[in-house]
Design a protein around this ligand. Sequence first.
Ligand SMILES: Cc1cc2nc3c(=O)[nH]c(=O)nc-3n(C[C@H](O)[C@H](O)[C@H](O)COP(=O)(O)OP(=O)(O)OC[C@H]3O[C@@H](n4cnc5c(N)ncnc54)[C@H](O)[C@@H]3O)c2cc1C
Length: 383
Amino acid sequence: MPVRATKRGADRTPLSGDYDVLICGASFAGLAVARELAGTLRPDGTPARVLMVDRYEIGERQTSACGIPTRWLEALDLMGAHRQTFPELVVNTPHGTSRWPLPWTFSTFDYRELCALLAEQGDCEFETAKVNGRSGDTVHTDRGDLTAPLIVDCLGWRRVLAADGGYQPPDAPLSRGLEVHPHGSGEDLAIWIDRSIVPAGYGWSFPARDELRIGVGSFDPRFHVKDSTVELAEDLGSEAVRYQGNWIPHKLRDSVEDGVFFAGDSAGHCLPLTAEGIRTALYFGIACGRELRDVVEGRRTREQALGSYFAFNAAHEWKYEWMLRTQRLVPRVHPPLLHRVVRGFQRPAVVGWAFRHYWNIASPDIVGPAPASATRAPVATAA
Ligand SMILES: Cc1cc2nc3c(=O)[nH]c(=O)nc-3n(C[C@H](O)[C@H](O)[C@H](O)COP(=O)(O)OP(=O)(O)OC[C@H]3O[C@@H](n4cnc5c(N)ncnc54)[C@H](O)[C@@H]3O)c2cc1C
């Protein structure tokens, strides 16, 4: 069992207080919200009180294969966490292998390092605490109750702070993903669309310099991906060690509910079909953080910010719908026909057209310069 850095025993002191903003969850979405709030001042000129909580230390528990368009790492000044860059995507089907020349590169990164770098761009307070639920403006944690007029749920797929208690597999619109992280190296960012591996979904191998991230994702939450993951790793000559897996939302949800803001997987921001949820968590986290900043600095009311963030999210709905339709279609296409389509994407004009649309769902153009320099010491990250 990995040792968690979460505060325990005597270190787990009671926690309470009133804050201007309470960010629940300190992964991609939560850290992006915090970044946008750095240096926020109240109308009277005093620093805003922003608290971020997570059950683990920042960066302690990897939540994905950590693949992202390289441009996102550059835009957020996170190249320090970069591991490997790929100009093409290698797509394997039972009928052959195709190489898609991407119009932009994809990179892998180190989760812990990226979280540390992103956390440095924020200046909020941080505490480890498990969030159990909410009543109105009060969030209940295992260390006590915290209150804030502005609360953000960045806690991932379960949507813990929803009025009805959140999502529960297997009936909710969730995919499931599991991967192993053996030592090793590789040149190709590769995926497998093969029903003998997973009836609806895909397998992947993401090299990250000195480790491989080999996994399987199923759009059907009832399909257990463990055996397929182990088999894929063995087929690739790797050991099935160091597991990490999770549920993955594949349907966009409302980004506000009952006065609470939701960003990242809690809002269903992970993209259907590809299960790419890092850049979207960053993208919506930035948009949400800007709304919160406007409220704290007195430029708009909480209700206006809730309305504006709701509208921003809703404007993306049709794109998510298209991705979801494609996710439902692909497993139904006759495999030889699917292979012909996959092969067609080797043509730069075809892959360029498709991936530029895909890029525009959550473009790094939203990233602005790092907000005003930190007014407090940066938050502590996992050692
Ligand atoms: C196996 C796998 C591989 C993936 N690979 C990729 C990939 O390569 N690229 C990509 O773009 N996407 C990938 N994804 C999807 C991606 O991981 C998610 O979409 C992304 O992590 C969402 O970010 P988030 O900040 O919203 O939530 P999360 O990253 O899930 O973070 C939620 C945070 O909340 C904390 N938390 C949860 N519950 C509580 C609680 N009750 N109390 C306190 N804290 C809590 C957690 O500790 C965590 O820090 C993958 C998913 C899986 C499962």
